[in-house]
Design a protein around this ligand. Sequence first.
Ligand code: URA
Length: 238
Amino acid sequence: MIRLQKVIAQSGICSRRKAEQLILDGKVKVNDKVITELGFKVNSNDEIKVNNKKIKKDRLEYYVLYKPKNIISSTKDEKDRTTVIDLIKSNARLYPIGRLDYDTTGIILITNDGDFANLMMHPSNKIEKTYIVYLDGLITLEQIKKLEQGVIIDGRKTSKARAKILQKDTKYKNTKLKLIINEGRNHQVKKMIEAIGLKVKKLHRESYGIIDLKGLIPGMYRELKKSEKEQLELLAKQ
Ligand code: URA
């Protein structure tokens, strides 16, 4: 038995919070009976209607995709460019968990489980994301310290991060940096680098919590294992 709001959220039509509101508003029926109780539990045989429309109970799918460059991290694109969803062979209503910029490569999780996506993207969760940042310029230890202690972006300080120089090319004046952050703000890495007076030339996300890209090449994906999903949930709830 699963809570009604969870089943509605998992169908992909809305978040769990929105589902709760729909239940309270009397918009949800289970086996043709209006249910307004938030703790109500249903099983897989129950027929659920939201606004008198039967919801589809999709099989829940979870993928790890190696996003190539020049692919959009959304479900649709108004310019008809290829999206991360186009790369996955599935009939489910999938969407990416968070975003990577058009020119960023690396790991992105894809699902049709609204609850899991919300948990992963919730601002309180401290799941670490590891980025390899190719910088235009030579970074100083002072700048590294600033990144680690937090810089102001969009009027708010970033939380503590870890940064490590992987390579410094004094001839061509560029740096390869590993940056580990536990937030997921908009264009966060590029803005953090801008805040210390440098510029990102290339950006790659190497890992997402305990998940990395081992065995994948750009454009390839695999299903997330049940144990990996459970570990991510545990990490997010810490
Ligand atoms: N930070 C960015 O600036 N861009 C990304 O794609 C991901 C993190």
